[in-house]
Design a protein around this ligand. Structure first.
Ligand code: UD1
Length: 416
């Protein structure tokens, strides 16, 4: 299996375009199944989760092709309604295809998503919402069998602003007769991107980005060309890498408006943040710790950035307390940081990070996608050589992370 070899200690300098957003493109690929024809999706990141989403579309009978960063999805005549266990096992968020499959085919069968590397990830909010809209769902022998009966336009109040459940409801309702309101909807920028894509296909959806989304179903959707938004989590990863290592980087296409809370934390850590055109980060000294970070739904501090921030804080001046409120098992990577000399204490959902002057290079293993990125950052600012193994996790969400970092002057190579 591939690994990354990193020699730490170099500053990062240079400019680049950040990849398209993983969390935006996945529901967009699911949405392509709502129409019978071709969608051209530009700025599509070449990452393993996108390859998995393409496999799902192929299983459903669509044709996909990815050239450079343009994905073409041709769903003409596709009529699949099942996602295989093999593919569900690769990517838990495959559950977001449910709303689209049900809408197109009237029935769906998927294996019930179980636990994952971040702890249990239930789908009760997805199930309850779809049931309220008239879908009959039964769980048998590890599978969810779903049948769309008469559509019941509803006012749905989500008990938690789940990103995936909000997207599934949008996908299910986009092409139905009647109006549905989602109250306490997730407000993430990726939901706005999904709304924009669906509207480009002819849907009538308003309100994404706020906590109330109104979906007026339309009779038909058509193919379109759409460019996916830049990835705010990848941008935060590179911004924090520069903050930890020092340097001056410019992400020309980054959307700083999607990253306000992360950028304000970077400023508190002493980085200079310039967000007029794209996003520029300058850092010339050791980062300062911040007192307290709590992960929350957008616009709060993103749980996906928590591991990467923790890695940066291991070499900061001072102590930070982190509280992870979104996923219960999101500190597995901390053990690997400790192997590199970090001073991190985990107590349930809290972590106390006491900054040290330098980490020491070591052989470490990625345990999940963002935890893996955290280890890459640690390797970049540690003394000596590190090897990060199990980088299949990192490849799920980062397009050629080693090439981006090497282009900025990082000493990092992939070993196959
Ligand atoms: C999405 C993102 C993921 C990010 C997360 C939170 C994608 C592909 N993934 O995941 O990167 O970390 O948002 O910002 O966009 N929950 C329930 N019942 C449900 C659904 C969710 O209890 O039916 C809980 C989850 O266990 C979790 C929390 O709600 O604790 C957040 O989940 P959700 O917002 O649904 O995240 P995902 O859509 O899975």
């Amino acid at each position: 299996m591939d690994s990354l070899r990193i020699c730490g200690g170099r500053r990062l300098n240079g400019k680049f375009n950040v990849q398209g957003s993983k969390n935006a493109v996945l529901p967009i690929l699911a949405a392509a199944y709502l129409q019978d024809g071709c969608c051209i999706i530009e700025n599509c990141p070449r990452i393993a989760d996108v390859f998995t989403a393409a496999e799902i579309l192929e299983e459903l009978g669509a044709k996909t092709s990815l050239k450079e960063n343009t994905m073409i999805v041709d769903t003409t005549g596709a009529s699949g309604c099942e996602i295989s266990d093999r593919v569900m096992g690769k990517m838990r968020s495959s559950v977001m295809f449910l709303g689209a499959i049900l809408n197109r085919m009237g029935c769906a069968k998927i294996s019930r998503p179980g636990g994952c590397d971040l702890g249990p990830r239930p789908v009760d909010i997805h199930v309850r919402s779809l049931e309220k809209l008239g879908v009959r769902i039964s769980a048998q022998q590890g599978y969810l069998y779903c049948k769309a009966e008469e559509y019941l336009p509803s006012v749905l109040t989500l008990i938690f602003p789940s990103v995936g459940a909000t997207e599934n409801v949008m996908l299910y309702c986009a092409k139905q007769k009647g109006e549905t309101l989602i109250i306490n909807a997730a407000r993430e920028p990726e939901i706005v991107d999904l709304q924009n894509f669906l509207n480009q296909m002819g849907a009538d959806i308003r309100g994404a980005g706020s906590d109330v989304i109104r979906i007026r179903g339309v009779e038909k959707l058509h193919g379109c060309t759409y460019a996916v938004m830049p990835d705010r989590i990848a941008a935060a990863t590179y911004a924090l890498s520069c903050t930890a290592c020092g340097g001056d980087i410019l992400m020309e296409n980054a959307e700083s408006g999607h990253m306000r809370i992360v950028l304000s934390v970077l400023e508190d850590m002493g980085a200079e943040v310039l967000a007029d055109e794209g996003l520029r980060i300058k850092m010339n000294h050791r980062p300062k710790a911040v007192e307290m970070i709590k992960t929350l739904p957008y616009p709060g501090f993103p749980t996906d950035v928590q591991p990467i921030l923790t890695a940066c804080l291991t070499c900061a001046e001072g102590t930070t307390v982190i509280s992870e409120t979104m996923f219960e098992n999101r500190y597995k990577y901390a053990e690997e940081l400790i192997r590199m000399g970090a001073d991190v204490t985990i107590d349930g959902r809290s972590a106390v990070v006491r900054g040290r002057n330098k980490l020491q290079g070591a052989a470490v293993q990625a345990t999940d996608l963002r935890g893996g990125a955290a280890l890459v950052l640690a390797g970049l600012c540690a003394d000596g050589e590190s090897t990060v193994q199990h980088i299949g996790y990192i490849d799920r969400g980062y397009e050629a992370i080693e090439k981006v970092l090497a282009s900025l002057g990082g000493n990092i190579q992939r070993r196959t």
